[in-house]
Design a protein around this ligand. Sequence first.
Ligand code: ZN
Length: 280
Amino acid sequence: MTDTERLSWRSLLLKPLIAAVVGIVALALIVACATAPLTGRTQLSLISDSQILSMSNDQYREVIGQSTLSRNQKQVGLIRNVGKRVAKATEEFLRENNLGDQVSKYEWEFNLIEDKKTMNAWCMPGGKIAFYTGILPVCRDEEGVAAVMGHEVAHAVANHGRERMSQGLLQQLGAVALSVALSSKPAQTQQLFMTAYGAGTTVGLMLPFSRAQESEADRIGLTLMAKAGYDPHAAVGLWQRMRDSGAGKTPEILSTHPAPETRIKDIESHLPEAMKHMKR
Ligand SMILES: [Zn+2]
C-alpha cells in the first residue's frame, strides 16, 4: 500500500467520523435551545431553570448583603409599589402566553441600593430586583420607574440572562455542563452569572445584551407596564432622558447596541400593541 493510498483510506474513514461528531455537537446545541416568549426567537440554553434559580438566590443575597440599602422610605415605597404592580402584571402575562407553569419560579423581591453614581437596575431570575438610587433622577416619576421595571422584568421573563450565560459558558469554558463548570471553576462561573445579569461589579468580560434581546425587552416591557396600569407612552420620555444623561459610566441599560434614536422609534412602533393591554 502506498502512502497516498494509506492517506485516502484514512480520509475515507475520517470523513464519516467527523460528520458524526459535527452532527452530535449540532444536535446537542439544538437540544440546548429554548424559545423566547412573544417573539418566538430561538435561544441557546445550557443551564436548567433549577440551577439558574439557585444561583440567582445566592447571588442576590450576596449583593444585597454587601450593599447599603436606601433608608428613604418614600423612594423604597415607590420601588416596592411599582414592583408589586408589575409583578402581578407579569404573572398575568405568563398565564396568557401559555407560560403559567413559570409563575411558581417567581419569589419577588424589590430593593433600592443607596448608590447615586450607579445609573442601573436589574432583575435576576425568579424576580429578584435591584434599583440603584442613581437611576431615580432619570426615572423622574412613578411612570418612569414602571418603564425601567417593565424593561428589566422583561429581560427575566424572556430568560435573557440564561441565554447570555449560556453563550458565556460556550465561549469561555467550551459548553461544559454548568455543574462541571461550578465545581471546577467556581469563581469564573459566578462572575459569568453576575455579568450575564448586569450585576457584575468587576467587568472582566462584557456580555452585553444583544440588540435582539434589548428590543425584545422593550417590547415585552411596554406590555407589562400597560398591564400594570401605567401608560406605556411614558417609556418614550424615559429613553429620551436616558439618552440625554448618557455621560460617564455605561450601565447595562445604556451599554447596548441599539442607537437611542432607533430604540425610541422601535418603542413607538410597539405602543399600539401595548395599549391594547392598558388598564386604567
Ligand atoms: Zn436592557
